[in-house]
Design a protein around this ligand. Structure first.
Ligand code: ADP
Length: 553
């Protein structure tokens, strides 16, 4: 027998072994992917046909393509089969896996646990999670599912390795999200509780303020009502209900029964205007008192309640029964009418006798002086009584007069001549626009100008300049009497044209009846004009009245 082997022979043998190995690998690969179901092997016993039992090509392909690692072990724990996924998990070629003990691929630390899964798997399906090192030497969590199989060659155990990295990451993410959700839920719960507390407080506050409002409204001797932003009545207090006999609904729908028919139109027009202008509503109106069915005068007043943007959100109204005061005023007016007429006759004869005395040329000097003083006093009295008579005429609607067309500046100049004579203490300057023709009653208009100048003198003792100005303003002539005297507050300015109204001036009280401006304004109204005042306390006043131009009528 030849014992020495030459180098060439050895090389030849190595080539043969390499070829066989290549063939074997190709065969294994072909079997794995199902290209080959059987093969013939040459052995000592001659040619032998090896078939792959139950090697259904579909399943083999399926196992090869799946993401999970799959191995089959025999009873000794030797790997009979591995898919390429498992090979790539442990980063070894299949030739280094198949035929080797499974425990070779299990880290030391988890070997015991692995064995338990295997032992259980031989009895029935078993599962467990273990960590296995991957190709990058990282410990990767895997789920192992072991199931025993009965092959022709004997019992086998199939193990599926499912990589849990993504699932774990997903679980961690889910856990984080859950934790965040829990924190958010707790915060929301807390906010909810706080909100509930605030709502409870506010509801209590609201309830209390509503109760306070109701208590106040029901225990005030005034009728109180409110409307919504559109002016629709939505509340009336106890007094209203008791006085009118109407609740909110009835008060809204039975206006015709509630308000005197003669006042309906005016009050509704005033209400519409107040709503349009968002300004306070003030109106004298007669409401029917349910207890005796009598219409009584009321002063109705309402103010708009506005939000920060200036939108009206509600109206708050009050109505006060002023019937007794109105009756009182009417009695006073009646008394003035009667008294002025009664005074007129004796004053006329008194003036007559004074004139008679004045015409006596042989009167001693001191008597002449007394007669002259009596004449002055009688003239003053005459003015007062004239005012009272005018007032009575106005009340009776009898302030009527004839109108003529005349030149305004001529007219004012003649008034100034008179004033200069009567009010010599003050300087009256004229600023007159020429050529303004007006239509009016010169006597009555002179009464107005004299009254305004008389007031300017009375209420400006320090500054003695008075200006009378005339000018045109569209279809009107404007006459202004300007002084630099004590002036008046804005609230007084709105009231001085009312009869008997006088500004309360404690010190330095100036005598007067509070009728001059009332009569003047009525005279100007009768001329289809308007009288107004602009004034500042301690700076002076400008009283102006307008008259339609003669050619505009
Ligand atoms: P009287 O002057 O007789 O009181 P009037 O009706 O003429 O009555 O005037 C009413 C009130 O208006 C006066 O009491 C006075 O307080 C105020 N008033 C009128 N004219 C002036 C003025 N030129 N300056 C300041 N206050 C005035």
């Amino acid at each position: 027998m030849k014992t020495t082997v030459t180098y060439e022979e050895l090389l030849e043998e190595l080539m043969q072994i390499r070829l066989q190995l290549k063939e074997a690998n190709e065969t294994i690969e072909a079997i794995r992917i199902g290209e080959v179901d059987a093969l013939i092997q040459q052995s000592a016993k001659g040619h032998e046909l090896l078939t792959i039992k139950k090697a259904n090509q579909t399943y083999r392909l399926f196992i090869e393509k799946m993401k999970e690692g799959a191995v089959t072990l025999n009873e000794d724990g030797i790997i009979l089969y591995s898919n390429s996924q498992f090979a790539s998990m442990v980063n070894l070629p299949l030739t280094k896996i198949i035929g080797f003990p499974m425990t070779n691929f299990i880290p030391k630390e988890v070997k015991d646990f692995f064995k338990i899964i295997i032992i259980k798997g031989w009895k029935s399906d078993s599962k467990g999670e273990i960590l296995i090192k991957n190709k990058n030497n990282e410990m990767i969590p895997f789920l192992l599912s072991a199931t025993s199989l009965e092959l022709d060659e004997g019992p086998a155990l199939s193990i599926i390795f499912t990589d849990l990295t993504a699932q774990k990451a997903q679980q961690r993410l889910l856990q984080i999200k859950n934790e965040q959700l829990e924190i958010a839920r707790q915060k929301a719960d807390k906010m909810n509780e706080e909100l509930e507390e605030i709502v409870k407080e506010r509801t209590k506050d609201l309830f209390l303020s509503r109760e306070y409002f109701k208590f106040l409204a029901d225990n005030t001797p005034v009728m109180i009502w409110t409307t919504d932003a559109d002016g629709k009545l939505d509340y009336v207090n106890r007094q209203w209900h008791e006085y009118t006999g109407f609740d909110v609904e009835q008060s809204r729908t039975k206006q015709n029964e509630l308000i005197h028919p003669d006042d309906l139109e005016n009050s509704s027009a005033a209400w519409k205007k107040a709503m349009k202008d968002k300004k306070k509503y003030e109106q004298k109106v007669r409401f029917k008192r349910i207890s005796d069915g009598i219409f009584r005068w009321h002063f109705a007043h309402a103010i708009p309640f506005q939000d920060e943007q200036g939108n009206v959100t509600a109206w708050f109204g009050t109505s006060i029964d002023i019937n007794d005061q109105i009756m009182e005023l009417e009695r006073k007016d009646e008394f003035i009418t009667v008294a002025s007429h009664e005074l007129k006759t004796p004053l006329t004869s008194l003036s007559g006798y004074i004139q008679l005395l004045q015409s006596q040329t042989n009167l001693p000097h001191n008597l002449k002086m007394y007669v002259s003083k009596a004449h002055d006093s009688a003239t003053k009295l005459q003015h007062l009584i004239n005012d009272l008579l005018d007032f009575s005429k106005i009340k009776a609607g009898k302030l009527k007069f004839n109108m003529d067309i005349f030149d305004l500046s001529d007219f004012i100049n003649s008034c100034i001549d008179n004033c200069k004579y009567i009010y010599s203490s003050h300087t009256i300057n004229a600023e007159l626009e020429k050529g303004i023709m007006i239509r009016g009653n010169a006597e009555r208009l002179e009464q107005v100008v004299m009254n305004l100048v008389s007031n300017a003198v009375k209420y400006s003792r320090e500054n003695k300049e008075i200006i009378i100005r005339t000018e045109k303003d569209n279809a009107f002539a404007i006459v202004s009497v300007i002084d630099f005297g004590i002036g008046m507050s804005p609230s007084d300015q709105t009231k001085i044209f009312e009869r008997f109204y006088r500004v309360e001036e404690k010190k330095n009280r100036i005598p007067g009846l509070g009728m001059g401006l009332y009569i003047s304004s009525e005279i100007i109204k009768e001329h289809n004009g308007e009288i107004t005042v602009k004034s500042k306390l301690n700076e002076g006043s400008v009283f102006s009245f307008s008259l339609p131009l003669a050619n505009s009528m």
